[in-house]
Design a binder for this molecule. Structure first.
Ligand code: PEP
Ligand code: MN
Length: 346
Protein backbone atom coordinates (compact mmCIF):
# COMPACT_ATOMS: atom_id res chain seq x y z
CA UNK A 1 0.00 0.00 0.00
CA UNK A 2 1.06 3.62 -0.45
CA UNK A 3 0.39 6.64 1.69
CA UNK A 4 -0.20 9.77 -0.39
CA UNK A 5 0.56 12.91 1.61
CA UNK A 6 -1.34 16.18 1.22
CA UNK A 7 0.58 18.84 -0.69
CA UNK A 8 0.48 20.92 2.50
CA UNK A 9 2.02 18.14 4.64
CA UNK A 10 5.03 19.20 6.70
CA UNK A 11 8.33 17.30 7.01
CA UNK A 12 7.35 16.44 10.59
CA UNK A 13 4.08 14.89 9.42
CA UNK A 14 5.91 12.82 6.81
CA UNK A 15 8.44 11.67 9.42
CA UNK A 16 5.62 10.81 11.81
CA UNK A 17 3.90 8.58 9.24
CA UNK A 18 7.17 6.72 8.53
CA UNK A 19 7.71 6.24 12.27
CA UNK A 20 4.19 4.91 12.70
CA UNK A 21 4.77 2.41 9.87
CA UNK A 22 7.97 1.27 11.58
CA UNK A 23 6.26 0.75 14.94
CA UNK A 24 4.16 -2.04 13.38
CA UNK A 25 7.28 -3.75 12.02
CA UNK A 26 7.05 -2.50 8.43
CA UNK A 27 9.28 -0.24 6.33
CA UNK A 28 8.31 3.19 4.98
CA UNK A 29 9.93 4.12 1.68
CA UNK A 30 9.77 7.84 0.94
CA UNK A 31 9.40 9.09 -2.62
CA UNK A 32 9.34 12.84 -3.10
CA UNK A 33 7.95 13.32 -6.61
CA UNK A 34 7.41 16.62 -8.37
CA UNK A 35 3.65 16.34 -7.99
CA UNK A 36 3.28 14.53 -4.70
CA UNK A 37 5.01 12.97 -1.73
CA UNK A 38 4.31 9.27 -1.37
CA UNK A 39 5.36 6.77 1.28
CA UNK A 40 5.46 3.15 0.17
CA UNK A 41 4.66 0.62 2.90
CA UNK A 42 6.93 -2.39 2.46
CA UNK A 43 6.31 -5.72 4.13
CA UNK A 44 3.28 -7.79 5.04
CA UNK A 45 0.46 -5.26 5.45
CA UNK A 46 -2.80 -5.96 7.32
CA UNK A 47 -6.41 -4.80 7.12
CA UNK A 48 -6.48 -2.29 9.99
CA UNK A 49 -3.33 -0.53 8.78
CA UNK A 50 -5.21 1.48 6.17
CA UNK A 51 -7.52 3.15 8.72
CA UNK A 52 -4.65 3.59 11.13
CA UNK A 53 -2.56 5.54 8.60
CA UNK A 54 -5.41 7.41 6.98
CA UNK A 55 -6.17 9.26 10.23
CA UNK A 56 -2.65 10.62 10.70
CA UNK A 57 -2.12 14.36 10.16
CA UNK A 58 -0.95 15.32 6.67
CA UNK A 59 -2.21 12.11 5.02
CA UNK A 60 -4.37 12.59 1.94
CA UNK A 61 -5.21 8.96 1.19
CA UNK A 62 -3.96 5.41 1.60
CA UNK A 63 -4.08 3.36 -1.59
CA UNK A 64 -3.57 -0.39 -1.70
CA UNK A 65 -1.18 -1.53 -4.46
CA UNK A 66 -2.57 -4.56 -6.21
CA UNK A 67 0.74 -5.72 -7.71
CA UNK A 68 3.28 -7.81 -5.78
CA UNK A 69 6.00 -5.38 -6.84
CA UNK A 70 5.51 -2.02 -5.18
CA UNK A 71 8.38 0.45 -5.68
CA UNK A 72 8.70 -0.55 -9.35
CA UNK A 73 5.00 0.06 -10.04
CA UNK A 74 3.37 3.06 -11.71
CA UNK A 75 0.89 3.11 -8.86
CA UNK A 76 3.71 3.97 -6.47
CA UNK A 77 5.38 6.46 -8.82
CA UNK A 78 3.25 7.79 -11.67
CA UNK A 79 6.03 9.90 -13.22
CA UNK A 80 8.83 8.29 -15.28
CA UNK A 81 12.16 7.63 -13.62
CA UNK A 82 14.88 9.65 -15.33
CA UNK A 83 18.46 8.55 -14.70
CA UNK A 84 21.25 11.09 -15.12
CA UNK A 85 24.77 10.14 -16.11
CA UNK A 86 26.80 13.31 -16.57
CA UNK A 87 24.79 15.28 -19.09
CA UNK A 88 22.89 12.26 -20.43
CA UNK A 89 19.35 11.57 -19.22
CA UNK A 90 17.86 8.08 -19.62
CA UNK A 91 14.09 7.70 -19.49
CA UNK A 92 13.20 11.26 -20.48
CA UNK A 93 12.66 12.71 -23.93
CA UNK A 94 16.02 11.54 -25.22
CA UNK A 95 16.85 8.12 -26.58
CA UNK A 96 20.26 6.69 -25.69
CA UNK A 97 22.45 4.39 -27.73
CA UNK A 98 24.85 2.10 -25.89
CA UNK A 99 27.30 0.39 -28.19
CA UNK A 100 30.55 -1.54 -28.05
CA UNK A 101 31.97 -5.03 -28.09
CA UNK A 102 30.39 -7.93 -26.27
CA UNK A 103 33.69 -8.49 -24.45
CA UNK A 104 36.67 -6.23 -23.88
CA UNK A 105 39.47 -8.07 -25.69
CA UNK A 106 42.28 -5.50 -25.72
CA UNK A 107 42.75 -1.78 -25.18
CA UNK A 108 43.24 -1.32 -28.92
CA UNK A 109 40.01 -3.16 -29.82
CA UNK A 110 38.04 -1.16 -27.26
CA UNK A 111 39.49 2.22 -28.18
CA UNK A 112 38.99 1.69 -31.89
CA UNK A 113 35.37 0.66 -31.28
CA UNK A 114 34.72 3.51 -28.86
CA UNK A 115 35.93 6.10 -31.36
CA UNK A 116 33.88 4.58 -34.17
CA UNK A 117 30.63 4.31 -32.20
CA UNK A 118 31.03 7.79 -30.78
CA UNK A 119 31.63 9.27 -34.22
CA UNK A 120 28.44 7.54 -35.39
CA UNK A 121 26.46 9.03 -32.47
CA UNK A 122 26.53 6.48 -29.64
CA UNK A 123 26.17 7.94 -26.15
CA UNK A 124 27.48 5.17 -23.91
CA UNK A 125 30.22 2.58 -24.41
CA UNK A 126 29.46 -1.02 -23.53
CA UNK A 127 31.99 -3.82 -22.99
CA UNK A 128 32.12 -6.83 -20.71
CA UNK A 129 35.14 -7.50 -18.51
CA UNK A 130 33.44 -10.24 -16.48
CA UNK A 131 31.54 -12.37 -18.98
CA UNK A 132 28.89 -14.96 -18.23
CA UNK A 133 29.51 -17.97 -20.43
CA UNK A 134 27.28 -20.99 -21.01
CA UNK A 135 30.40 -23.12 -21.46
CA UNK A 136 33.24 -22.96 -18.92
CA UNK A 137 35.66 -23.53 -21.82
CA UNK A 138 34.77 -20.32 -23.69
CA UNK A 139 36.20 -16.83 -23.19
CA UNK A 140 35.05 -15.44 -19.85
CA UNK A 141 36.49 -11.96 -20.07
CA UNK A 142 39.68 -10.19 -19.03
CA UNK A 143 38.42 -9.46 -15.51
CA UNK A 144 40.03 -6.52 -13.74
CA UNK A 145 42.40 -5.91 -16.63
CA UNK A 146 39.29 -5.36 -18.77
CA UNK A 147 38.01 -2.79 -16.26
CA UNK A 148 41.36 -0.97 -16.54
CA UNK A 149 41.00 -0.82 -20.32
CA UNK A 150 37.45 0.48 -19.93
CA UNK A 151 38.66 3.24 -17.59
CA UNK A 152 41.46 4.21 -19.99
CA UNK A 153 39.19 4.26 -23.04
CA UNK A 154 36.48 6.16 -21.18
CA UNK A 155 39.02 8.94 -20.64
CA UNK A 156 40.42 8.86 -24.16
CA UNK A 157 37.12 8.61 -26.01
CA UNK A 158 35.00 10.64 -23.58
CA UNK A 159 32.15 8.14 -23.27
CA UNK A 160 30.62 6.85 -20.04
CA UNK A 161 30.76 3.07 -19.67
CA UNK A 162 28.40 0.25 -18.84
CA UNK A 163 29.82 -3.11 -17.82
CA UNK A 164 28.53 -6.28 -16.24
CA UNK A 165 28.97 -7.33 -12.62
CA UNK A 166 28.48 -11.02 -11.98
CA UNK A 167 29.03 -11.61 -8.31
CA UNK A 168 28.10 -9.81 -5.07
CA UNK A 169 31.75 -9.77 -3.97
CA UNK A 170 32.75 -7.87 -7.13
CA UNK A 171 30.11 -5.13 -6.93
CA UNK A 172 32.41 -2.68 -5.17
CA UNK A 173 35.24 -3.26 -7.63
CA UNK A 174 33.10 -2.96 -10.76
CA UNK A 175 31.23 0.03 -9.34
CA UNK A 176 34.55 1.85 -8.88
CA UNK A 177 35.04 1.76 -12.68
CA UNK A 178 31.55 1.68 -14.21
CA UNK A 179 29.10 4.51 -14.81
CA UNK A 180 26.31 1.95 -15.10
CA UNK A 181 26.36 -1.54 -13.58
CA UNK A 182 24.88 -4.18 -15.85
CA UNK A 183 23.21 -7.21 -14.29
CA UNK A 184 22.97 -9.92 -16.92
CA UNK A 185 20.08 -12.15 -17.90
CA UNK A 186 21.56 -15.19 -16.16
CA UNK A 187 21.83 -13.26 -12.91
CA UNK A 188 18.39 -11.66 -12.92
CA UNK A 189 17.40 -13.75 -9.94
CA UNK A 190 20.73 -13.70 -8.13
CA UNK A 191 19.11 -12.01 -5.16
CA UNK A 192 22.35 -11.45 -3.22
CA UNK A 193 23.80 -9.69 -6.25
CA UNK A 194 20.67 -7.56 -6.69
CA UNK A 195 20.78 -6.45 -3.07
CA UNK A 196 24.49 -5.70 -3.15
CA UNK A 197 24.08 -3.64 -6.32
CA UNK A 198 21.06 -1.93 -4.73
CA UNK A 199 23.30 -0.75 -1.89
CA UNK A 200 25.50 1.22 -4.30
CA UNK A 201 24.51 4.60 -5.63
CA UNK A 202 25.41 3.70 -9.21
CA UNK A 203 22.83 3.51 -11.99
CA UNK A 204 21.96 -0.11 -12.75
CA UNK A 205 20.64 -1.86 -15.85
CA UNK A 206 18.80 -5.09 -15.08
CA UNK A 207 18.44 -7.46 -18.02
CA UNK A 208 15.45 -9.71 -18.32
CA UNK A 209 16.10 -13.35 -17.44
CA UNK A 210 16.03 -15.95 -20.20
CA UNK A 211 12.59 -17.20 -19.19
CA UNK A 212 11.44 -14.46 -16.85
CA UNK A 213 7.87 -13.21 -16.76
CA UNK A 214 7.21 -9.49 -16.41
CA UNK A 215 6.25 -10.06 -12.78
CA UNK A 216 9.45 -11.97 -11.98
CA UNK A 217 11.49 -9.28 -13.69
CA UNK A 218 9.84 -6.48 -11.74
CA UNK A 219 10.18 -8.38 -8.48
CA UNK A 220 13.90 -8.67 -9.23
CA UNK A 221 13.89 -4.88 -9.79
CA UNK A 222 12.18 -4.54 -6.42
CA UNK A 223 15.20 -6.17 -4.72
CA UNK A 224 17.37 -3.33 -6.04
CA UNK A 225 14.91 -0.51 -5.39
CA UNK A 226 14.15 -1.64 -1.85
CA UNK A 227 17.85 -1.23 -1.00
CA UNK A 228 17.47 2.47 -1.68
CA UNK A 229 18.86 2.72 -5.20
CA UNK A 230 16.24 4.31 -7.47
CA UNK A 231 18.53 4.67 -10.50
CA UNK A 232 17.38 1.54 -12.22
CA UNK A 233 16.60 0.74 -15.84
CA UNK A 234 15.42 -2.51 -17.37
CA UNK A 235 16.68 -4.18 -20.55
CA UNK A 236 14.73 -6.54 -22.79
CA UNK A 237 17.23 -8.89 -24.46
CA UNK A 238 15.01 -11.61 -25.86
CA UNK A 239 13.44 -14.61 -24.18
CA UNK A 240 13.58 -18.32 -24.79
CA UNK A 241 10.78 -19.75 -26.92
CA UNK A 242 10.34 -22.82 -29.17
CA UNK A 243 11.92 -20.90 -32.07
CA UNK A 244 15.54 -21.76 -32.80
CA UNK A 245 16.11 -19.73 -35.98
CA UNK A 246 16.96 -16.74 -33.83
CA UNK A 247 19.09 -16.98 -30.69
CA UNK A 248 16.20 -15.64 -28.60
CA UNK A 249 12.78 -14.21 -29.37
CA UNK A 250 12.84 -10.45 -28.94
CA UNK A 251 9.73 -9.51 -26.98
CA UNK A 252 8.91 -6.11 -28.45
CA UNK A 253 5.51 -6.12 -26.77
CA UNK A 254 7.10 -6.08 -23.34
CA UNK A 255 8.36 -2.52 -23.96
CA UNK A 256 4.88 -0.89 -23.87
CA UNK A 257 3.88 -3.37 -21.15
CA UNK A 258 6.67 -2.12 -18.89
CA UNK A 259 5.82 1.45 -19.75
CA UNK A 260 2.25 0.80 -18.61
CA UNK A 261 2.97 -0.98 -15.34
CA UNK A 262 6.28 0.61 -14.29
CA UNK A 263 8.01 3.99 -14.23
CA UNK A 264 11.43 2.46 -14.94
CA UNK A 265 13.18 3.18 -18.27
CA UNK A 266 13.46 0.27 -20.73
CA UNK A 267 16.42 -0.38 -23.02
CA UNK A 268 16.22 -2.86 -25.91
CA UNK A 269 19.11 -5.18 -26.79
CA UNK A 270 18.47 -6.49 -30.30
CA UNK A 271 21.93 -8.12 -30.46
CA UNK A 272 21.19 -10.79 -27.84
CA UNK A 273 17.51 -10.57 -28.78
CA UNK A 274 18.18 -11.97 -32.25
CA UNK A 275 21.74 -13.39 -32.30
CA UNK A 276 22.16 -12.40 -35.96
CA UNK A 277 23.82 -9.16 -37.07
CA UNK A 278 21.48 -8.61 -40.02
CA UNK A 279 18.45 -8.67 -37.70
CA UNK A 280 19.86 -6.11 -35.27
CA UNK A 281 18.89 -2.95 -37.18
CA UNK A 282 15.27 -3.85 -38.04
CA UNK A 283 14.60 -5.04 -34.49
CA UNK A 284 16.31 -1.98 -32.97
CA UNK A 285 14.04 0.26 -35.07
CA UNK A 286 10.97 -1.71 -34.01
CA UNK A 287 11.93 -1.43 -30.33
CA UNK A 288 12.38 2.35 -30.62
CA UNK A 289 9.07 2.66 -32.44
CA UNK A 290 7.48 0.71 -29.58
CA UNK A 291 8.78 3.27 -27.08
CA UNK A 292 12.14 1.94 -25.85
CA UNK A 293 14.22 4.56 -24.02
CA UNK A 294 17.35 3.37 -25.74
CA UNK A 295 19.14 0.49 -27.38
CA UNK A 296 22.21 -1.55 -26.54
CA UNK A 297 24.07 -2.91 -29.54
CA UNK A 298 27.20 -5.03 -29.94
CA UNK A 299 29.81 -3.60 -32.32
CA UNK A 300 33.23 -5.07 -33.16
CA UNK A 301 36.06 -3.87 -35.43
CA UNK A 302 36.16 -7.32 -36.97
CA UNK A 303 33.17 -9.50 -36.01
CA UNK A 304 34.71 -12.58 -37.71
CA UNK A 305 37.54 -12.48 -35.18
CA UNK A 306 35.46 -11.61 -32.09
CA UNK A 307 36.13 -13.74 -29.02
CA UNK A 308 32.44 -13.55 -28.16
CA UNK A 309 29.15 -12.97 -29.98
CA UNK A 310 30.71 -12.18 -33.37
CA UNK A 311 27.62 -13.42 -35.24
CA UNK A 312 25.46 -10.74 -33.67
CA UNK A 313 28.03 -7.93 -33.76
CA UNK A 314 27.80 -5.04 -36.20
CA UNK A 315 30.79 -3.75 -38.14
CA UNK A 316 31.51 -0.02 -37.85
CA UNK A 317 29.82 0.53 -41.24
CA UNK A 318 26.73 -1.41 -40.22
CA UNK A 319 26.52 0.50 -36.97
CA UNK A 320 26.71 3.78 -38.85
CA UNK A 321 23.84 2.63 -41.06
CA UNK A 322 21.80 1.71 -38.00
CA UNK A 323 22.36 5.17 -36.59
CA UNK A 324 21.22 6.90 -39.77
CA UNK A 325 18.13 4.70 -39.99
CA UNK A 326 17.08 5.21 -36.41
CA UNK A 327 17.04 9.02 -36.50
CA UNK A 328 13.73 9.33 -38.42
CA UNK A 329 12.12 6.66 -36.19
CA UNK A 330 13.18 8.49 -33.03
CA UNK A 331 11.79 11.74 -34.45
CA UNK A 332 8.55 10.01 -35.50
CA UNK A 333 7.85 8.96 -31.91
CA UNK A 334 8.46 12.51 -30.71
CA UNK A 335 11.86 11.97 -29.14
CA UNK A 336 15.43 12.94 -29.88
CA UNK A 337 18.74 11.19 -29.87
CA UNK A 338 20.99 11.96 -26.89
CA UNK A 339 24.19 13.64 -28.05
CA UNK A 340 27.50 11.91 -27.34
CA UNK A 341 28.80 13.19 -24.05
CA UNK A 342 31.81 15.48 -24.08
CA UNK A 343 32.21 15.94 -20.36
CA UNK A 344 32.73 12.73 -18.45
CA UNK A 345 33.08 12.56 -14.69
CA UNK A 346 36.05 10.41 -13.78
C1 PEP B 1 25.91 -9.10 -22.73
O1 PEP B 1 25.32 -8.00 -22.68
O2 PEP B 1 27.00 -9.26 -23.30
C2 PEP B 1 25.26 -10.28 -22.12
C3 PEP B 1 25.98 -11.30 -21.67
O3 PEP B 1 23.92 -10.19 -22.13
P1 PEP B 1 22.80 -11.15 -21.49
O4 PEP B 1 23.01 -11.13 -20.02
O5 PEP B 1 21.53 -10.48 -21.92
O6 PEP B 1 22.97 -12.51 -22.11
MN1 MN C 1 27.23 -10.52 -25.77
Amino acid sequence: MIVVMKSSATDEEVAHVIKRIETVGLKGHLSQGVERTVIGVLGQTFLELRDMLEMLPGVDEVVPISKPYKLASREFQPEDTVIRIGDIAIGGEEVVVMAGPCAVESEQQLLETAKAVKAAGATILRGGAFKPSTSPYHFRGLGEQGLEFLAQVKKEAGLPIITEVMSPSEVELVASYADILQIGARNMQNFDLLEEAGKTRKPIMLKRGLSATVQEWLLAAEYILSQGNPQLMLCERGIRTFETYTRNTMDISVIPVIEKVSHLPVIADPSHGTGKWYLVTPVALAALAAGADGIMVEVHPNPDQALKDGAQSLTFDNFQQLMSQLRPIVAAVGRRLAAPSVKVRS
